[in-house]
Design a protein around this ligand. Structure first.
Ligand code: SAM
Length: 248
């Protein structure tokens, strides 16, 4: 049955490709790539000769219709992004929704994803989390977003760029306070993998000590909001205590 497969690829360590990913990539009729040159290197490394075609943010909606016509004519397709899981801060959402609407099966393969991989080693609560993708590039927008997340109780996961991480952490200190626990996971699965967690202000100071600490690809995780007496104005605490006394 003609199918669209969603195929994750390694985020730095080629050994992380799965056996099933290799089988699917070799067997489909066409691989839709975020960047054909980039994925071409991966495919040739694994000796896969399947035809490729580009599907990125700017042509995804138009390409979707053409890819559906391929599925209609009996061809199967795999979607890959430059690294990690397609659709997770990567193209694919429009394609998947249109392919499903057209009645073709979409089969997701499990595999590498920077967000969940980072979370698993962060030492922050992982029972509930909120994936937030990239924060806005400008400080105003970033602070507004952090403000909206101020009382989010779940662990928050962000993708971050090395150019902005210091500014972002300064904004975290400003909006969420210097003591909020933050973990930065850098270069996961690669040679210089580092995972460092500290209260926001301390992590910022630690990163400022050495340029190498802000190089490469990174995932920023912020501990969820926890209600504490000293986070609330004294009047509110008093009112809450009075209310609590009246409860059965
Ligand atoms: N779809 C990908 C996934 O499943 O993780 C993410 C794509 S997004 C365009 C790229 C961002 O993911 C990078 O800017 C970085 O924040 C994060 N990232 C990707 N690979 C990483 C790695 N090896 N270590 C840390 N972060 C990584």
């Amino acid at each position: 049955k003609p199918t669209l497969y969603i195929v994750p690829t390694p985020i730095g360590n080629l050994d992380d490709i799965t056996q099933r990913a290799l089988t699917v990539l070799a067997q489909v009729d066409l691989i839709a790539c975020e960047d054909t040159r980039h994925s071409g290197k991966l495919l040739s490394h694994f000796g896969i000769k399947t035809k490729t075609l580009s599907v990125h943010d700017h042509n995804e909606r138009q390409r979707a219709q053409w890819l559906i016509s391929k599925l209609d004519s009996g061809e199967s397709i795999a979607l890959v992004s430059d690294a990690g899981t397609p659709l997770i801060s990567d193209p694919g959402y429009h394609l998947v929704s249109q392919v499903r609407a057209a009645g073709h099966p979409v089969v997701p393969l499990p595999g590498p994803c920077a967000a969940t991989t980072a979370l698993c080693a962060a030492g922050l609560p992982s029972d509930r989390f909120s994936f937030e993708g990239f924060l806005p590039a400008k400080s105003k927008g970033r602070q507004d977003k952090l403000q909206a997340l101020l009382q989010e109780p779940r662990t928050m996961i962000f993708y971050e760029s090395p150019r902005r991480v210091l500014d972002t952490l300064a904004d975290v200190v400003t909006v969420m306070g210097p003591d909020r626990d933050v973990v930065l996971a850098r270069e996961i699965t690669k040679t210089f993998e580092t995972i460092e967690g500290r209260p926001a202000a301390q992590l910022l100071a630690w990163l400022q000590e050495d340029d190498n600490r802000t190089r490469g690809e990174m995932v920023l995780m912020i501990a969820g909001f926890r209600m504490q007496d000293d986070t609330l104005p004294a009047e509110t605490v008093k009112a809450l205590k009075l209310l609590a006394q009246e409860l059965p």
